[in-house]
Design a protein around this ligand. Sequence first.
Ligand code: UDP
Length: 325
Amino acid sequence: MKILVVGGAGYIGSHMVLMLSDQGNSVVVLDDLSSGQAEAVLGANFVHGGIENTALLDRLFAEKKFDGVMHFASFIQVGESVQQPAKYYRNNVVNTINLLDAMVRHGVRNFIFSSTAAIFGQPDYTPIDEAHPKQPINPYGHSKSMVEQVLHDYDLAYGLKSVCLRYFNAAGADPEGRIGERHNPETHLIPLLLQTAAGRREYAQVFGRDYDTPDGTCIRDYIHIVDLCAAHSLALADLARGSESAAYNLGNGNGFSVRQVIDAVREVTNKPIPVVDAPRRAGDPARLVADSTLARSKLGWSPVYADLHKIVAHAWHWEKKHTGL
Ligand code: UDP
């Protein structure tokens, strides 16, 4: 297939590009490099630019008859979204609509959207299935939920078919170590712990030890980046076969506490990793775990790297290579 990957230079996008090109697809990456890295794009044609640029989109869609679009280009920092909602609504919502309108103009019907567990807000129950009410508690979550609504309406009005994939905690790296996770600033637990193991930070922080969980730290559903990308690939193939629009929650189904993650990182790296206690982070629910039954039954998806140690080992492999250890 001919696939446009928007945001293909970022963490999840670049792993997706690698998988698509390994599968023999023809891939074009469009990325403005506001947070991604051009050198992370392997096996695709790279176009530097943003989806706010209508002329550029029209040119790209006219040149290549894409079979589908995958969209990973969004801002993802919850705290920043509270401080600067305009930045989030403009990029994550307005610019996405610009991309969708270009697809409609050019008759490209298949769209895979990076959504998030943040659309559910504070969970009413866990594991969280697709029937859980959407009640985001910050502009980031709202921006993603709004696009899900737009996609629903664009399907009804214009026949644009989409799959929304709600990620829980994406983690890990390419098992061969070709690419990995690199955010700036880094805010995610596993890379922060690995940077501490690699000596790039003095210590890591634990945001709250007084949650209502067995060890008092927050529980999250860490899903290997390769498993996450496999779901995208299956979702696009499903749309290409003529299936209806859908939305799936993607996680391992296994929750791990911050404490358990720290233990796993210590075991994998064999480093002591100093940690200090810090206050709770605003808006962090105690427990976020996905119920991915629907993705398994409808897409035939099945995570192969559910083991936390495997996820951490692949991320550590990348971190060592990246740091030159
Ligand atoms: N966390 C932590 N210390 C850090 C970063 C994160 O204790 O330096 C916790 C955070 O409160 C959450 C979990 O680790 O409970 C995962 O956070 P992350 O930012 O990786 O992903 P999120 O769940 O926010 O998408």
